[in-house]
Design a protein around this ligand. Structure first.
Ligand SMILES: Nc1ncnc2c1ncn2[C@@H]1O[C@H](COP(=O)(O)OP(=O)(O)OP(=O)(O)O)[C@@H](O)[C@H]1O
Ligand SMILES: [Mg+2]
Length: 225
């Protein structure tokens, strides 16, 4: 599903180059549930953004479902990303002036390959899947933080991606809500979706079936078994 070879990324911070990834080799098979762990600043988010086709400015090779993507620019990546990848953020990134239903429908509306009503129907279906069927008209500010993250997951699923990426999805949540969100991710994995989760929390990482450690922009155990 995912094959990274010698992926390196350097940010330019003013005149100072900052090496974020330093030759990452990583393999993830279809249907795996993988946690990426590592200290702050080790390159986890940078890596997840590349996996999610949100960043094309790096060196090395990235094959997603057998297709070479490292030679494509962001414009060419956008339709692939829309179809194949769902992204869940720590801070949800829900738009405050839209209802939960509208928020969840957005990636489907952006994809422009379905009628508007079909996009909203898909969003309703995904919101029901995360237990928010009674909150469709609510604004994000009217939801609990756990419900906001459920809505974030519904939005990530609306285009039925095969790959779900989550950057510290439980970082802002209390321990009871953490378990609820992990339960949802676990369910998605059991239904056959590939789930990749970044976390600081060893307890959270335990819900994954494999843990990949990133340190100083390098990956110690990126080969799949
Ligand atoms: N936009 C940027 N410009 C310059 N440097 C950056 C930028 N984004 C990240 N970096 C640097 O790249 C390195 C890796 O950052 P990254 O955000 O990937 O780490 P992380 O493992 O996700 O950290 P955290 O656990 O704190 O979220 C860090 O040294 C960081 O300072
Ligand atoms: Mg990060």
């Amino acid at each position: 599903m995912i094959a990274l070879e010698a992926v390196s990324k350097t940010y330019q911070h003013g005149d100072v180059p900052v090496c974020a990834l330093d030759g990452i080799d990583l393999e993830i098979h279809e249907g795996e549930f993988v946690a990426i762990m590592g200290p702050s600043g080790s390159g986890k988010s940078t890596l997840l953004h590349i996996l999610g086709l949100l960043d094309s400015d790096y060196r090395g090779r990235y094959r997603l479902k057998g297709r070479e993507t490292s030679n494509l620019g962001l414009d060419a990546l956008a339709p692939v990303r829309n179809r194949e990848v769902g992204f869940v953020f720590q801070a949800f990134h829900l738009l405050p002036n839209l209802s939960i239903l509208e928020n969840a429908a957005l990636p489907a509306l952006y994809a422009r390959d379905r009628e508007e009503e079909a996009c909203f129907e898909a969003a309703r279906h995904r919101l029901a899947q995360v237990g928010l069927e009674n909150r469709l008209d609510h604004r994000p500010s009217q939801l609990s933080i756990g419900q906001c993250q459920r809505a974030g997951i519904a939005r990530a699923l609306v285009n039925d991606p095969s790959l779900l990426l989550a950057d510290e999805p439980t970082g802002a949540l209390d321990s009871k809500t953490v378990q609820e969100i992990l339960g949802i991710l676990e369910e998605l994995y059991e239904q056959g979706r590939t789930v990749v989760l970044v976390t600081h929390d060893a307890e959270v990482a335990k819900s994954a079936r494999r843990i990949v450690h990133v340190r100083d922009g390098r990956c110690e155990n990126g080969r799949a078994q």
